[in-house]
Ligand binder design. Structure first.
Ligand code: GTP
Ligand code: SPV
Ligand code: MN
Length: 590
């Protein structure tokens, strides 16, 4: 329902603190009308209809892509902006060297000026959402106020949004306050600010992804990681996947890879034909909230209800389920178009682009047709491998935690940490080549601890300390592993086929956790013996396998020196036991 700002027809069960906040925001931003989202299908259809009429969405070919739409974002607004993302804590050190920091008072003042009257002539959407299954004790709610219909529609797909969330907010009494305006989409007037101490987010000047869909990175990672430390759990940039063996034994893995490094693909993996009987169940593709359960294991829920996934590279061979899933009821952002009004992207393997992602006639001289960070938004329920456990209030028990990065050299295909504390060091020492998911250079190796560099809402030193403590909280800890699907040969070709074939590595990981597979001890951890990895049906040279599993001591000594320097930059807040793990690794390498 949309009403004039002085008469916001709040639903009857909207709690008083929420009504007050909505009125306060409306008084400052002065929208033409207020719409309280109820999350219904009719509302979603109406949002899309309105955006299409306004030219913000293009309807795609209704025969081949029914109920699919294309959104072209502002060309200066195509990815997360890490340099404009701030954690505003009272004490600078609480945000840590890993975050941009601004004093809360200064940030509020800056934002107040930007938000003043910014919604004039626009509709203000009030979006109540629940991160996690509605009836899970682990779920947390928030409300995003936004002047973007695109954001409201995306939040419908990405979260449990609307009436049920509002009812839970009324029950819980508290919620994360997220305020968002696209402003003028001016990169010079763009800020993504977090106030973890008061559970607030304010985002101005971007309509894209993690900058604007505040339930995702802002709430479920930055704010939630802060709450998780206070309350004794973990909020992580991890997919959650169930791996069912031909014998019917299912194990759940939680895997942290940096942005655009293969989480969605691994979460929806299609087993290779040579591994019949294996099944993959997707619980989540981007974020995991992990809690110690009564049985002493770590249990994970996916706070999200949809996928905001990388489009380029998706085809029938790499990810058949994703390919099928995005053929209906999907919002595409920044893909190219064919003459038949079908979406097109690099790696699609069929069709030709007529218009690029900016709607210009495609000219290869201007770069790729689809933006490298073009995305699909789709409800998780459309995933053919969606796990029946994905809505379980208690989550799923985690057998292994897997870290991974995009490293053309050095990191072997897979290795296992010796124990939890060593595993925390493996995570803290992660590095990966940067991708198009954030603005800035692509392909530069940077440190990205636990794949959380852009997402940890507090000082990494404290975060590692919290991880180490979690080792004492859960009595049956998952094994910790590191993988790298992205090793390359001298010509720049990937050494490992990746995608579905990654199941071979997951199988070894599970077998290790179950005490069923041999490993070869190396200074950095255990790697598979050649016999313990399942290679039948895979066309790969034994020399390539050896290269993929090799641990080059000299190169690792240099790496560990780099890791040491990085960890030292956290000063005396760095946990002593992490420094201790590092020196143990150093002596193993000597
Ligand atoms: P975010 O949504 O940004 O967090 O990314 P993500 O980690 O979910 O990455 P995603 O699965 O979307 O993959 C990103 C890119 O890596 C896509 O272009 C994929 O096609 C490619 N990719 C995924 N898995 C593999 C793999 O095993 N090998 C290779 N070579 N490429 C892969
Ligand atoms: C990522 O960058 O890790 C994403 C996409 O998952 S965004 O929602 O834009 O952050
Ligand atoms: Mn992500």
């Amino acid at each position: 329902m949309a009403t004039a700002p002085d008469r916001p027809a709040a639903p009857t069960h909207a709690p008083e603190n929420l009504r007050q906040w909505v009125l306060e925001v409306a008084a400052r931003t002065r929208p033409q009308q207020i719409h309280w989202c109820d999350g219904s299908d009719a509302e979603y259809a109406e949002l899309l209809r309105r955006m299409t009429a306004a030219g913000d969405l293009l309807e795609l070919n209704p025969k081949s892509f029914p109920d699919c739409h294309l959104h072209r974002s502002n060309p200066s607004d195509v990815a997360r902006v890490e340099h404009l993302t701030f954690v505003c804590t009272v004490k600078r050190d609480d945000a840590g060297p890993n975050n941009h920091w601004m004093a809360p008072a200064e940030a509020r003042q800056k934002l107040a000026a930007l938000f003043e009257g910014c919604m004039k002539g626009r509709t203000m959407y009030v979006v109540p959402y629940c991160m996690g299954p509605i009836d899970s004790p682990y779920s947390r709610c928030g409300v995003e106020i936004t002047d973007s219909a695109y954001v409201a529609a995306n939040m419908n797909l990405m979260t449990r949004m609307g009436a049920a969330a509002l009812a839970r907010i009324a029950r819980d009494g508290s919620f994360v306050k997220g305020l968002h305006s696209i402003g003028e989409l001016d990169p010079e007037r763009r800020f993504i600010m977090h106030f973890p101490e008061s559970l607030e987010i304010q985002s101005f000047g971007s309509g894209y992804g993690g900058n604007a869909l505040l339930g995702k990175k802002c709430h479920a990672l930055r704010i939630a990681s802060w709450q998780a430390r206070e309350e004794g759990w973990l909020a992580e940039h991890m997919l959650i996947v169930g791996v069912e063996s031909p014998k019917g034994e299912t194990h759940y893995l939680a895997c942290a890879f940096p942005s655009a490094c293969g989480k969605t693909n691994l979460a929806m993996l299609i087993p290779p034909a040579s591994m019949p009987g294996w099944k993959i169940w997707t619980v989540g593709d981007d974020i995991a909230w992990l809690h110690p359960g009564p049985d002493g294991r770590l249990w994970a829920i996916n706070p999200e209800a949809g996928y905001f996934g990388v489009v380029p590279g998706t085809n029938e061979k790499t990810n058949r389920h994703a390919y099928e899933m995005i053929r209906h009821d999907t919002i595409f952002t920044n893909v190219a178009l064919t003459a038949d009004n079908e979406p097109w992207w690099e790696g699609l393997d069929k069709g030709t682009p007529k218009f690029d992602w900016q709607g210009r006639p495609f000219d290869p001289a201007r770069g790729p047709a689809a933006h490298p960070n073009s995305r699909f938004t789709v409800s998780a329920a459309q995933n053919p491998s969606y796990s029946p456990q994905a809505d379980a209030p208690q989550g799923v028990p985690i057998t292994a935690i897997v870290f991974g990065g995009r490293r053309r050299a050095l990191a072997p295909l897979v290795y296992q940490a010796r124990d939890w504390a060593h595993g925390v060091l493996v995570g803290a020492g992660m590095a990966s080549e940067t991708t198009a998911a954030a603005t800035g250079d692509v392909g530069v190796v940077r440190r990205d601890p636990m794949a959380m560099k852009p997402f940890a809402g507090y000082n990494f030193a404290d975060y590692w300390g919290h991880w180490l403590k979690m080792g004492g909280r859960a009595k049956k800890l998952p094994g910790i592993f590191h993988v790298n699907w992205f090793r390359r040969d001298a010509k720049g070709k990937f050494l490992w086929p990746g995608y579905g074939e990654n199941l071979r590595v997951l199988k070894w990981i599970i077998d290790r956790c179950e005490g069923r597979a041999p490993g070869l001890d190396t200074p950095i951890g255990a790697v598979p013996t050649r016999e313990s990895l399942e290679f039948s049906g895979l066309d790969i040279q034994p020399s390539t396998i050896d290269e993929l599993l090799a641990v080059d001591r000299d190169a690792w000594r240099r790496e560990v020196a780099e890791i040491g320097k990085y960890l030292e930059s956290y000063g005396n807040r760095l946990p002593g036991s992490l420094a201790n793990e590092l020196s143990k690794l150093n002596s193993r390498l000597d």
